[in-house]
Design a protein around this ligand. Structure first.
Ligand SMILES: [Zn+2]
Length: 214
């Protein structure tokens, strides 16, 4: 087993045993928080019907359609997405269609590393999958209390934005989930920005109520 302070960057050994070597050196560039990155969700493009219906068409979306910082236009075809960033950089993301078993087809993007991903995160002038960001999720950072705290804050933000009176059982389920998470600790951190505390998933909601979750 490697000792905790082992690092490939620590340079040549000075001969001391690991117990005397001191803490692991800090990274030169800190890993980004994946939750705070801007992302393009291929699945929601498909959900909103923003792919052309046939294999010959192209849909063009400019600034007025998207609120993605740094992205100028997105051209969608059935086979690929061409993205133009401000500054002139272009990127092409291949699209594959799979059958989830509920009828119909769902689009999924392909990262430059060859992995398939729904969410592609913006790192500089590129969109990459979460593994290629080399980042961590906010729930991976912090102590054991941070995770239920972040989860409950996200749920709270979702519940406050849902229409009331709609789907009583769904409301009951989400409130029960919230009350189960809430007492499991509070956590304060400068990492907890408004962007990180946004709802991250659809929480098994149906239909149009969760269109705002990108
Ligand atoms: Zn990748």
């Amino acid at each position: 087993m490697k000792p905790r302070n082992w690092s490939p960057n620590s340079g040549p050994h000075d001969g001391r045993p690991w117990q005397l070597r001191g803490p692991r050196p800090k990274r030169r560039t800190p890993r980004p928080l994946i939750d705070s990155l801007v992302y393009l969700d291929i699945r929601s493009l498909g959900r909103r019907g923003q792919f052309p219906k046939d294999w010959f068409g192209t849909n063009v979306y400019g600034d007025q359609h998207f609120l993605f910082p740094g992205i100028k236009t997105i051209r969608t075809t059935r086979a690929k997405i061409a993205i133009e960033f401000y500054g002139g950089t272009n990127q092409i993301i291949p699209i594959e269609w799979f059958r989830p078993g509920y009828g119909g087809y769902r689009p999924i993007g392909k990262c430059g590393c060859g992995r398939r991903a729904f969410r592609l995160f913006k790192i500089g002038q590129r969109l990459v999958c979460y593994r290629c960001t080399n980042g961590r999720y906010a729930t991976q950072v912090g102590c054991s209390k941070s995770r239920p705290h972040i989860q409950s804050r996200r749920l709270q933000n979702l519940l406050s934005s849902l229409p009331t009176g709609l789907w009583g059982t769904t409301h009951k389920r989400l409130w029960a989930q919230y009350h189960a998470l809430k007492p499991r600790g509070t956590y304060k951190s400068r990492l907890l920005t408004e962007r990180i505390l946004r709802p991250r998933s659809r929480y098994r909601l149906r239909g149009m109520a969760c269109q705002f979750i990108a």
